[in-house]
Design a protein around this ligand. Structure first.
Ligand code: ATM
Length: 230
């Protein structure tokens, strides 16, 4: 393992050991179905009495819901740097108000998008300097990192074809090349940190993706959260 990757893995383990809870993030391009998958998972966790929180970035707090509306309104003029900073403002509030308290309370926290979305969308998509985005991510999260990140991967054309025509938000309306850069950004991130990322083929049928998703979580969290989703 390259020295840089090893350091990141050690730091992630260190941060996660700080809390009794566990932090998992879900990432992916548009139309990959991660929101549906996390809803199904939450039902299964509730049935098993596993204390958990399902939340999303942006929009996981009252402040975040307002920021989300601004960010996703079609036709809204938003400069790339303003966009990046609004996502970071949402995240700072989200970590302080929801994520960190839930981790301190020993819960399993499943977050639909997090820091990697800023790198994929604002970095690869909008061409903002990735080092700057990583520094801002560090600032808004206070260094909090997910123990594991699951990439729901799908070709841009296939993902976009699953959206409701005419109901696309401001970001979904971006050109296909933007969405292709985002997807390639995700794949590059997953390749650079394989010990944190798991990749699911989201083009497969919903039940197949669900089975694989449950298997990944059971393997990673089975002993800590007494979890068997299989
Ligand atoms: P969801 O609808 O998947 O929750 O995400 C909202 C949008 O925000 C999504 N694109 N669309 N549509 C991805 C985008 N986004 C960013 O551009 N940067 C970020 O940091 C985050 C968290 C999301």
């Amino acid at each position: 393992m390259p020295a840089d990757t090893k350091r990141k893995a050690e730091r992630t383990a260190e941060l996660n050991d700080t809390y009794p809870g566990t932090f998992i993030t879900l990432e992916g391009p548009e139309g990959a179905g991660k929101t549906t998958q996390v809803k199904l998972l939450s039902k299964a966790l509730t049935n098993l009495d596993v204390p958990h929180v399902v939340t999303r970035d942006p929009g996981g707090t009252p402040l975040g819901k307002q920021v989300r509306r601004i960010l996703l309104t079609p036709g809204m003029e938003v400069a790339p740097m303003a966009e990046l900073l609004l996502y970071q403002a949402d995240r700072a509030q989200h970590v302080a108000e929801v994520i960190r308290p839930a981790l301190e309370a020993g819960k399993l926290v499943l977050c639909d998008r997090f820091v990697d979305s800023s790198i994929a969308y604002q970095g690869y998509g909008r061409n903002i300097d990735i080092k700057l985005i990583k520094d801002l991510n560090e600032l808004s999260t206070g260094g909090l990192r997910p123990l594991m990140t699951i990439l729901f991967d799908i070709q841009s054309e296939d993902g976009l074809s699953r959206l409701h025509p005419g109901a696309e938000d401001r970001i979904e309306r971006e050109a296909i090349d933007f969405h292709k850069r985002v997807r390639s950004g995700y794949l590059a991130l997953a390749e650079a940190e394989p010990e944190r990322w798991r990749i699911l083929d989201a083009a497969k049928p919903l039940t197949t993706v669900q089975e694989q998703f449950m298997k990944i979580l059971t393997t990673k969290l089975g002993s800590k959260h007494k979890l068997n989703l299989l």
